[in-house]
Design a protein around this ligand. Sequence first.
Ligand code: ATP
Length: 243
Amino acid sequence: EGILMALEVKNLVGGYSQIPVLKKVNLDVQPGELVGLIGLNGAGKSTTLNHIIGILRPFSGEITLNGLNLQDNPNEYKKQIAYVPETPILYDELTLREHLELTMNAYQLDHDQAWQRANKLLKTFRLENKLDWFPANFSKGMKQKVMICCAFMTDAKLLIVDEPLYGLDPLAVHDLLNLIAEKKAAGVAVLMSTHVLDTAQRYCDRFVLLANGQVKAHGTLAELRAQADRPDESLDEIYLGLA
Ligand code: ATP
């Protein structure tokens, strides 16, 4: 029997309204795995993630999530993905409670169960007393924490986290990495873009290095070392050699 792939991206060609950015990107993320998406500014990381979550439509190629295809089954597909954007998306007129409820409705979650998970997350990020506040007015890091609470409260099988490691204080980074570990243990697939290579090296199971809209290298740290012929080097040294 083949390996069960949570996410499979095959020959993805894509970009913005006919401006090609990605040239045949291939990647996969298995259940219980954290894959780090790395690459220089403009390499195509966010564009790749925007295709996976369905904001952008592939020019060609295929994206499947546990066998589901976005084109054929958009509602089911989108419920299987939770997304923490690089820049928080919050509504001026909604309270923190209303943001959480909006997410619960979008993912058709049982509210009692979802509130149990939400309350735990809010406590972790010290937001439990701010349910009636308007997060659009929060600090940058607090806004990011709200987005993390919303995404991690769902029961999505794939978590997409776009550069979460900037703007969060060290305690919140530690808490986020623990939450990712809990999700992995529950069989969730996690794809995280980041420039913070020392953290990526310690926590990611595998890496996909993008350069100019193409996968330049992929694999475990050991595989990247072998590929770059640099047996003892750290991820950032390998990256500087390949990117
Ligand atoms: P960074 O590390 O800076 O976040 P990235 O790897 O996420 O970079 P992308 O944001 O995916 O890179 O950008 C890839 C390319 O797509 C860049 O050339 C960028 O100019 C282009 N691009 C990004 N957003 C748009 C857009 N809305 N319209 C047109 N082109 C865009």
